[in-house]
Write a protein that binds this ligand. Structure first.
Ligand SMILES: Cc1cc2nc3c(=O)[nH]c(=O)nc-3n(C[C@H](O)[C@H](O)[C@H](O)COP(=O)(O)OP(=O)(O)OC[C@H]3O[C@@H](n4cnc5c(N)ncnc54)[C@H](O)[C@@H]3O)c2cc1C
Length: 580
């Protein structure tokens, strides 16, 4: 097996990973050798599908907006679980990143006078979301990618599946990856490492996320001894297209779309009278599920799936064509529906994971409750910093990705310029051989369980028991089902024995990560006896700040997940009742 030495090893080439690579290269004056590794072609990273936009107050004072108001909206939206120092950092830094991307060439939508257009988003008091049509992620990612191609010191490894992460003596050592096109294993030793592998919403079946959002980096970090934070908080986006689950961006409601029940009524007036369709996502998702539960849903004839309608007809063809062209393309292609003439069937789907690798405001990965891993940083949806708390506001994630991408790129570069390798070549090679044998055993195994059936059952379990409304009995059923599936996974069979492009092996390895994370999500959710943001418990319908204003920390123990709690950082916004 080949071992390659790099100064910085970045796992993930979404917006967080690419922004980190760019910053590390610039900060070090291109003196460092940087590897950026992605299990997909870098440009197919999930960020490419971000639709609606990126938040930031570009001109404080204009239209009554302010940095302070952005912070307040984010904290209230988070149901007061966000760490307020991190939120303050986010809102202060977001405008700088948007301007930088503007200078780099991202084609933000513009007014006739050349100014950048802003759009309304859920839970934001005022329009402050910058966008490029409804393909914001595509334009941001391709701009960063084009820039990176100029950098000889950044080597991009497309289609390398990272399998394992080495931490020795509390210090990052490197990673083991498989070249998907050849099946060969390769060790990357690094002075510094960055995990930017995205979220874990694919543990659900009905989801807006890419097939690749399997939480690999989070599971790997957990196995290596890093703690995870707030894993029970999964965001359900109110408007996923039925039946495919493809996202119909919140921008559709930001542009003025209505949600209607089977009686043709804009039911949001019963749930969030002042914000209506632009209430935060947890509230809109609960409203939709309540409408369905109370018999005011519509059953789709072809699938039997219940849904409500998103109505864009009154926006007219020209607004849809200019501001929401991809939504029109999607609904026509997938459902044969032209949104300027017909209503769109939607219901909530798993969309974003607020939980992730425990990290501090500097992007350092943490073990136990607060111990930084030397030389290891986290950025993007893989980490929980936490700016989104119990419920993310739409368009805050892209800001988070690029801001902490920049922060960790710089910190990792500084570390690599001043330090040597944390592990010796012999150590990493010994470790790599052991980890590779785990994969070989899987390939040579004579198990009988089909990974795709296990995956399907796992996703059905989460869809059923860990959805918008949750209850203890449901969690217990889910836990039992996932434990059974984990037992079956120990006897899993990889049918394809070839080396090249073995997607069967890749899917099976990803499944192992997802089962681990599904178990953790349920365990953390079962423990939290309150309703906060996206975690809505039927038995505990109220938020409980006396007992639960705290982050869940989980680390791997010898008998499974071990939970502890750390306080939320409050700077100036005391928790209040959340009304919209
Ligand atoms: C449909 C959709 C639309 C969205 N629109 C918006 C929006 O408009 N505004 C907003 O703020 N947020 C939006 N979000 C959320 C936002 O897009 C994501 O949170 C963000 O793009 C995540 O970026 P990332 O860099 O953290 O990870 P990703 O973009 O998910 O990238 C992860 C990277 O890690 C790599 N990787 C993963 N595992 C491995 C492994 N084992 N080995 C090697 N590489 C690996 C992948 O190949 C990929 O390169 C949207 C989400 C969805 C689902």
């Amino acid at each position: 097996m080949e071992t390659a030495d790099y100064d910085i090893v970045i796992v993930g080439s979404g917006l967080a990973g690419m922004r980190a690579a760019l910053q590390a290269a610039n900060f070090s004056n291109r003196k460092l050798r940087i590897a950026m590794i992605s299990k997909l072609h870098a440009m197919r990273s999930h960020s490419v599908s971000a639709e609606g936009g990126i938040s930031g107050v570009l001109s404080p004072g204009e239209g009554g907006d302010s940095i302070e108001l952005h912070a307040m909206d984010t904290i209230k939206g988070s149901d007061y679980l966000a760490d307020q120092d991190a939120v303050e950092f986010l809102v202060n830094e977001a405008p700088k990143e948007i301007r930088l991307l503007d200078n780099m060439g991202v084609p933000w939508n513009r007014r006739e006078d050349g100014g950048i257009v802003l759009r309304a988003f859920g839970g934001m008091s005022i329009p402050r979301t910058v966008f490029a049509g409804d393909k914001t992620g595509f334009f941001m990612l391709s701009t960063l990618y084009d820039a990176l191609l100029e950098y000889q010191d950044v080597e991009i490894f497309h289609e390398y599946l990272v399998i394992s992460l080495n931490i020795t003596r509390g210090t990052f050592g490197g990673i083991l990856a498989m070249n998907i096109s050849t099946g060969e294993m390769k060790l990357f030793r690094g002075k510094a490492g960055i995990i930017a592998t995205g979220g874990y919403a694919r543990i659900y079946g009905f989801t807006t996320t890419a097939f690749s959002s399997t939480g690999d980096g989070i599971a790997m970090a957990y196995r290596a001894g890093v703690s995870l934070k707030d894993m029970e908080f999964v965001q359900f986006h109110p408007t996923a297209l039925v039946p495919s689950g493809i996202l119909i961006t919140e921008a559709a409601r930001g542009e003025g779309g209505y949600l209607l029940n089977s009686e043709g009524k804009r039911f949001m007036e019963n749930y969030a009278k002042s914000k209506m369709e632009l209430a935060p996502r947890d509230i809109v998702s609960r409203a939709i599920v309540t409408e369905l539960d109370q018999g005011r849903g519509v059953v789709q004839e072809t699938t039997g799936i219940e849904h409500v309608f998103l109505d864009l007809r009154h926006l007219g063809e020209s607004v849809i064509d200019e501001r929401l062209p991809m939504i029109k393309e999607i609904t026509i292609k997938m459902n044969g529906i032209d949104p300027s003439k017909e209503m769109i069937p939607v219901r909530p789907a798993a969309h974003f994971t607020m939980g992730g690798i425990h990290m501090d405001i500097h992007g350092r990965a943490l073990m136990n409750d607060y111990d930084p891993v030397m030389g290891l940083w986290v950025a993007g949806e893989a980490g929980c910093v936490s700016v989104h708390g119990a419920n993310r506001l739409g368009s805050n994630s892209l800001s988070q990705c690029v801001i902490w991408g920049r922060v960790v790129g710089e910190a990792a570069a500084e570390h690599a310029l001043g330090n040597g390798y944390g592990v010796t070549n012999e150590e990493i090679e010994r470790w790599g051989a052991l980890e590779a044998s785990r994969v070989n055993n899987l390939m040579d195994g004579t198990g009988t369980e089909n990974p795709y059936l296990i995956r399907k059952e796992m996703q059905q379990t989460l869809d059923k028991y860990v959805y918008v409304y949750r209850e203890t009995d449901g969690f217990k059923n889910a836990k039992k089902a996932i434990n059974d599936l984990k037992r079956r996974y120990a006897n899993v069979y990889v049918q394809d024995k070839s080396r090249e492009y073995n997607t069967n092996l890749r899917d099976t390895l990803e499944l192992g990560n997802m089962l681990e994370l599904a178990d953790i999500v349920i365990e953390c959710a079962l423990a939290r006896k309150e309703s906060r943001g996206a975690h809505a418990m039927k038995e505990y319908p109220k938020r409980d700040d006396v007992n639960w204003l705290k982050h869940t920390i989980v680390r791997m123990g010898s008998d499974g997940p071990v939970l502890s709690y750390v306080p939320v950082t409050i700077t100036k916004w005391q928790p209040m009742e959340r009304k919209y």
